[in-house]
Design a protein around this ligand. Structure first.
Ligand SMILES: [Ca+2]
Length: 446
């Protein structure tokens, strides 16, 4: 009897020990912050004249990701970030900005995968993986969502492109709403903070996908006052948006600090593509002014929608107080790496037939000097533009690698994306090789 009592007591202690020694740090809160169209040369830590003190501080106390690649436009990067797969694995529309449903229902994405590990999940901001409410974030594993289903919006009217059937796009939990007042960046920040404050008992995934600093831009005098040293009026307006964005991140980090969960919270920050540089205007509800040279990827070549470095290599960092020691990681990595990296951190096994293109880059975050990976990164944009890295010929995926399936809808997608006319034939491949060969190699120290 006594022996049995000891056994029961022992089991109880073992269970309690397991519960108490399963540290919360093994399942950190994960906050993924995505800026829209933020250029390489538009953040303080890259030497910009635009001050970003909050982002700079998070970089200096965290991991600077010096070779963090994305896709050169919005939807493809979000597909990669959410699924861990190259957008061309799915279909053509995933390789351009898309209002159509980007990935099939049931596709495992970061949110649904982390839910399996007990995470509460939210996305506040821009979705752009399907602009109908029935394709919204709640149908892919997010417990809560708020913001725009479609892409960029007017900062105060929260409406998508003029002449689009998706012009009314602001929503909460996939229900369209039309009574919100305020700047999109402030509304998204408010929702992020409210959500953080409500989380008490479970680890959480919070994706904060800002509309800023995508045009059209409208900023209050208080932000413009901080960038009066920027001479060009167009760039000054953009700089004010960047400063505003930086302040929004400060407020979100402040909420994490107030909740006393900073040491249990991993923050990942990236832009979704490089700077647009020029904006034609009049595409969104007014005011949508034409902007010239308003954003910059210098010294990287190229811009948004191009497969030059400036379109695809973006400001990025990771920060986890007390866990990640400050470092600069030069290992080339891609948005597809975050799903394998984050799910492994929290103990979620890859689903069957996951076909993840990314890999776990956590070892580089804890040891920036480890031997580099040998790997090839791919970009397919609008079914015609290919870029290659390392060891495969331009324009050809090796057997078994992702490829575009079909060409239907290409014209419509190109118009939406405002991509240049596609290049075809031998000349196109020659031009592409020339372009690729002019780019700095991945890992180039600038
Ligand atoms: Ca973008």
């Amino acid at each position: 009897m006594r022996a049995a009592g000891f056994r029961v007591t022992g089991i109880v202690f073992a269970v309690l020990a397991a519960l108490t020694t399963a540290p919360a740090a093994e399942k950190p809160n994960i906050v993924v912050i995505v800026a829209d169209d933020l250029g390489w040369n538009d953040v303080g830590w890259h030497g910009s004249e635009i001050p970003t003190p909050t982002l700079d501080r998070l970089v200096s106390t965290g991991i600077e990701l010096d070779n963090h690649y994305v896709q050169p436009v919005c939807t493809p990067t979000r597909v990669a970030l959410m699924t861990g797969r190259y957008p061309s694995r799915f279909n053509l529309k995933c390789t351009t900005p898309s209002n159509d449903q980007a990935v099939p229902f049931g596709t495992p994405i970061l949110a649904s995968l982390l839910k399996k590990a007990g995470y509460a999940t939210a996305l506040v901001g821009k979705w752009h993986l399907g602009s109908k409410p029935e394709w919204g974030p709640n149908h892919y594993g997010f417990d809560y969502s708020y913001g725009s289903l479609a892409g960029a919006v007017g900062m105060y009217d929260h409406r998508y492109r003029l002449k689009s059937p998706f012009v009314h796009t602001w929503h909460r939990n996939s229900q369209l709403i039309d009574d919100e007042k305020g700047h999109a960046s402030d509304l998204v920040t408010r929702e992020a903070i409210d959500w953080i404050e409500k989380q008490k008992d479970r680890p959480f995934l919070l994706c904060v996908t800002f509309h800023s600093v995508h045009a059209p831009l409208v900023e209050e005098d208080r932000w413009l006052a901080k960038v009066q040293h920027v001479k060009s009026p167009d760039r000054r307006l953009y700089a004010a948006a960047v400063v505003h964005l930086d302040d929004c991140v400060a407020r979100i980090v402040g909420a994490i600090d107030r909740a006393a969960i900073r040491e249990r919270t991993l923050i990942v920050f990236t832009s979704d593509n490089g700077a647009q540089v020029d904006h034609g205007g009049n595409a969104y509800p007014p005011p949508d002014p034409k902007l010239r040279n308003f954003s910059s990827n210098s010294p990287l070549r190229g811009r948004k929608a191009q497969t030059y470095e400036g379109g695809m290599r973006v400001p990025a960092f990771a920060n986890w107080t007390g866990k990640l020691k400050p470092a600069k990681v030069r290992q080339p990595m891609h948005a597809v790496d975050w799903v394998p990296t984050l799910t492994k951190r929290v103990g979620v096994e890859p689903p069957e037939n996951a076909k993840w293109d990314g890999c776990d880059v956590w070892p580089f975050l804890i040891d920036a000097d480890r031997a580099p990976l040998t790997r090839t990164l791919y970009w397919v944009v609008a079914n015609r533009w290919f870029a290659r890295r390392l060891d495969h010929p331009a324009g050809h995926h090796p057997a078994g690698e992702p490829r575009v399936q079909g060409r239907s809808g290409a014209g419509q997608s190109r118009r939406r994306a405002r991509l240049p006319a596609p290049e075809t034939g031998r000349g196109a491949k020659r031009n592409l090789r020339r372009r690729v060969s002019r780019q700095p190699a991945p890992g180039a120290r600038l």
